[in-house]
Design a protein around this ligand. Structure first.
Ligand code: 1HN
Length: 362
C-alpha cells in the first residue's frame, strides 16, 4: 500500500463538505490504519537508577506515601509524554515507601505487578494477607482486590545497620493503558487505611506454591494466579538449576516465564513477566516480538542493542536500571560480566487475540 498523493480539488471539496456529518474517506488513511508491520509510536528508553533515585528520595522528603496515596515516579515513554504509559498498552513506575509509612487501601480493576528493586521490610497486603518484600520478589495485585502497602521499620532515627529501616523501592507494572482503551476502569477507596490481616503471611504460598493445589475450592482470583509473592530466592535458584542442566539459548540465555500454577499460563490475564540469566561473555542474537517489553535489571550489567526506526541504539545497563523495547524493534543482549534481567509484556492479551508474533533473527 503506497502513501497517498494530495487529493485533487474535487475530492478535497467532497471531503470538506462531508466533514460536518463526521464522515471521512478511508482511502486517504488506509495505508496508516493497516501498516505492513507494526510502526510503534513508542521509542526505546533507558532510566539509569543512579539518575532516578535522587528524585525518588526528594519526592520522599516532599510528600508522604499517605498524602500521595501512591508515591510513584512514572516511567513515561519519551514519545508518549502525558499519557502515563511506557508502551501503548503498559504503565510502569517506581514506587517508594519509607519506614513508618502507609499507602492506604483501595482497589481497582487494573491489575498490578510489583518487582522489588531496593530494600527490605516493607509489605504489601492483598485480600487480608501481607507479604514482606525482598529485592527481586515478583508480587501480584489481582484486579479488583483491596490492597495497601506499609513499612513498619523504625525510620531514620533507628536507621543504622538495620536493613528493615531502609527505604523500599519497587517497580509497578499495570495494565492502565489497556483498561483505558477499553473504558473498563473502576476504582474505590477503602474506609480502612490498612486492611485487617485475616490470613498469616505465607498462606497463599502454602496452598498453591508447591506444585500442588487444594482438592476443593475454585481459583480465588479467577484467571489471576493465587500465588501472591514469587520470591527471588526461588526464582534465582530455578535459573541456577537451569544453567547447570540445560543448554544456553543463543537469543535469551536462560529465560523462564512466571506461571499461574493452576493453569500453566501467565500469572495474570494482561501481563506476562519473565526472569532470565545471561552468563559472563554472552553475545546474544537479535529477535523481535509484537509485545513491547519493560526490563528491570536485577544483577550484573550488560548492553542492549535495539534497532529502532530512528536508527540503532545502544543502552549500557547495570543493576536497578530500567529500559523499554517497543513492539517489533529488534533487540540483542550482551553481557561481559553476566547478569539477571526481569521483564514483562502484554503477551497474554496478544495470545488471547491470536495476534502475537515473534521472530528470531540470524
Ligand atoms: C496503584 O494502585 C498502585 O497500588 C501503584 O501500589 C501504581 C498507578 C496508577 C493507578 C493505581 C499501587 C498505580 C496505582
Amino acid at each position: 500500500m503506497n502513501a497517498p498523493h494530495p487529493a485533487p480539488a474535487a475530492r478535497q471539496t467532497l471531503y470538506r463538505e462531508m466533514s460536518p456529518l463526521h464522515l471521512t474517506p478511508l482511502w486517504e488513511v488506509l495505508h496508516a490504519l493497516v501498516p505492513p508491520q507494526p510502526a510503534s509510536p513508542c521509542v526505546p528508553a533507558l532510566w539509569k537508577y543512579r539518575d532516578v533515585r535522587p528524585f525518588l528520595m526528594r519526592a520522599g522528603e516532599l510528600i508522604t506515601a499517605e498524602e500521595a496515596v501512591r508515591r510513584v515516579l512514572i516511567l513515561e515513554n519519551p514519545a508518549l509524554r502525558g499519557q502515563s504509559a511506557i508502551t501503548q498498552s503498559l504503565y510502569a513506575g517506581l514506587q517508594l515507601i519509607l519506614p513508618g509509612e502507609v499507602a492506604p487501601a483501595h482497589r481497582h480493576t487494573q491489575s498490578a505487578l510489583r518487582f522489588v528493586v531496593e530494600g527490605t521490610g516493607a509489605y504489601t497486603a492483598v485480600d487480608g494477607e501481607r507479604t514482606t518484600m525482598h529485592p527481586g520478589d515478583f508480587i501480584i495485585t489481582p484486579s479488583w482486590t483491596w490492597h495497601d502497602h506499609g513499612h513498619p521499620g523504625r525510620g531514620p532515627a533507628g536507621a543504622h545497620g538495620n536493613e528493615a529501616d531502609q527505604p523500599v523501592v519497587w517497580l509497578d507494572g499495570l495494565d492502565i493503558p489497556m483498561l483505558r482503551f477499553f473504558d473498563a476502569g473502576f476504582a474505590e477507596n477503602s474506609p480502612e487505611k490498612s486492611q485487617r490481616v485475616t490470613r498469616p503471611e505465607g498462606a497463599s504460598q502454602a496452598r498453591y506454591g508447591h506444585t500442588m493445589a487444594p482438592v476443593r475450592g475454585d481459583a480465588p482470583y479467577g484467571a489471576t494466579s493465587p500465588i501472591f509473592n514469587y520470591p527471588y530466592a526461588r526464582s534465582r535458584e530455578a535459573l541456577h538449576q537451569l544453567e547447570r542442566t540445560t543448554p544456553l539459548d543463543a537469543w535469551d540465555g536462560w529465560k523462564l516465564r512466571y506461571v499461574n500454577p493452576l493453569t500453566g499460563g501467565a500469572p495474570m490475564p494482561t501481563m506476562q513477566p519473565f526472569l532470565q540469566r545471561l552468563p559472563a561473555g554472552f553475545d546474544g542474537r537479535a529477535w523481535r516480538q509484537t509485545d513491547g517489553a519493560v526490563y528491570s535489571v536485577v544483577e550484573g550489567a550488560g548492553t542492549a542493542y535495539i534497532e529502532s526506526p530512528q536508527g540503532p541504539l545502544r543502552f549500557e545497563f547495570e543493576a536497578r536500571d530500567h529500559f523499554v523495547v517497543p513492539s517489533w524493534q529488534a533487540l540483542r543482549l550482551q553481557s561481559e560480566s553476566g547478569c539477571v534481567l526481569f521483564s514483562f509484556t502484554d503477551r497474554p492479551v496478544q495470545q488471547a487475540l491470536g495476534i502475537h508474533r515473534e521472530e528470531r533473527l540470524a
